[in-house]
Ligand binder design. Structure first.
Ligand code: FAD
Length: 389
């Protein structure tokens, strides 16, 4: 599908960049380095700066906290945050995934209740889909939602791998409404709910991984949700869940992330003189072109989304291509870094240096929002039709 970036879109991106380069933002970004002490809190301040202007959720209508721009403008904000080294997972999951999904599939009341606070950068959301026995095969999820006489539900189960969960106020959670007398299988009964993270019965425990971002296990024990917290129709959540996942797979987050990583690596190679080595220069040039190609694939997905015709197979391909590049950039970073490397925190490095930080983050890029193997399976199953089996 054809798309163009017009002057209005370029101007909007320039305005966002000006804000990100302002004295106040430079201070925030400069000290953010996503894992510096207090850095995350400062990134949240920057979200609020964007939120005050309606730019954090730029494609949402004004009465819901946005500025009525397009998905393409919203994507420009996400890209610029990544490229400026601002830690962006919380914004992406809250606004680009959960919020955007509510905009498309939520009731007017759900939108009014949740979206303005999310757009202001003061309320955050996570997704609770994966479980200990249900990751790639989400239809195996075991969390139950037992109907109550007043139309509400009691949710019980264990969810895994959500990020920044302790910062979140609300979760988009998948659970299964049992069918009396029948053993549930596949998509049967799967329903999407909005769950308050402060509801009685929600227990959040940190999960240790090699990544710097904090993962959580969330245990739900008879967590009460009202009928008004059901997104879509009871028992018809599988198709919605598939569409949420497709939104997560435009490849935008991945391509923006790897562009920032490659820029950090190239800055290091330039500073140390390593870029003068023709072999290094060739590798960098090839990666640079492939990262740009991955970006263009994700922009085609965004254009499809903008036109209301996201092709799940193409977006799986875009996500796959960007994810696999993450590992190659991590390898280059490791080659160039040698034993001890220090880069400024503003480049997003931990004390262990950028090579270590990229190395530890890269595997997560190809696992989150569906593993590379699953992306290939979606592409294969579509047989070029764009449909997902
Ligand atoms: C950075 C990050 C962020 C995440 N954020 C969230 C979040 O916010 N919310 C949430 O709910 N979850 C989140 N997840 C979880 C993520 O969605 C799952 O980890 C992912 O779907 C894989 O599931 P799994 O870990 O259970 O692995 P499994 O599904 O057990 O897969 C293990 C391995 O087997 C392979 N495999 C599985 N099935 C097949 C198959 N049919 N054919 C071929 N190979 C197969 C996989 O590719 C993988 O290599 C996140 C994960 C990461 C790394």
């Amino acid at each position: 599908m054809e798309f163009r970036i017009d002057a209005a879109q370029r101007n909007f991106r320039d305005e966002v960049c000006r804000l990100l380069r302002s004295e106040r933002s430079a201070k925030i970004i400069g000290s953010t380095g996503r894992f510096a002490d207090g850095g995350d809190a400062l990134a949240w301040e920057l979200y609020q700066d964007l939120g005050e202007r309606g730019w954090l959720a730029a494609n949402w209508p004004e009465h819901l906290g946005g500025v009525d721009r397009t998905v393409l403008d919203a994507a420009a904000v996400t890209e610029e945050l990544h490229w400026h080294g601002v830690h962006d997972t919380l914004h992406v999951v809250t606004v680009d995934f959960v919020g955007y999904f509510l905009l498309l599939a939520g009731t007017p009341e759900q939108r009014e209740r949740h979206l303005p606070a999310m757009a202001s950068g003061r309320s955050f959301a996570c997704t609770l889909h994966s479980e200990p026995e249900a990751g790639s095969d989400l239809a195996a999820l075991r969390t139950t939602a037992v109907p109550q006489p007043d139309g509400g539900f009691l949710l019980t189960g264990t969810k895994l791998w959500s990020l920044w969960t302790d910062r979140c106020d609300v979760a988009l959670c998948s659970a299964r409404v049992p069918t009396p007398g029948a053993e549930p299988t596949g998509a049967d009964g799967i329903t999407l709910f909005l769950v308050s993270m402060s509801a009685p019965g929600v227990v959040v425990d940190p999960v240790a991984t090699t990544a710097d971002e904090q993962f959580a296990e969330v245990r739900l024990r008879d967590v009460r949700v009202d009928a008004a917290d059901v997104v879509g129709q009871v028992g018809h959540g599988w198709a919605l869940l598939t569409s949420v996942l497709a939104i997560e797979r435009t490849g935008l987050e991945q391509s923006a992330k790897i562009r920032h990583w490659l820029d950090v690596v190239v800055a290091h190679a330039r500073a140390t003189g390593a870029l003068a080595d023709p072999a290094v220069a060739d590798t960098v040039a090839a990666l640079d072109a492939e990262v740009e190609a991955a970006r263009l694939m994700s922009w085609r997905c965004l254009s499809d989304l903008h036109h209301g015709a996201l092709d799940p197979a193409y977006s799986a391909m875009a996500k796959y291509v960007a994810s696999e590049l993450a590992e190659r950039i991590a390898d280059l970073a490791a080659d160039l870094a040698g034993a001890d490397v220090a880069v400024p925190r503003s480049a997003g490095a931990t004390d262990g240096g950028f090579a270590e930080w990229i190395r530890r983050e890269a595997p997560g890029v190809s696992i989150s929002a569906g593993t590379s193997e699953m992306m290939l399976q979606i592409v294969a199953a579509s047989r070029g039709t764009g449909a997902v089996a």
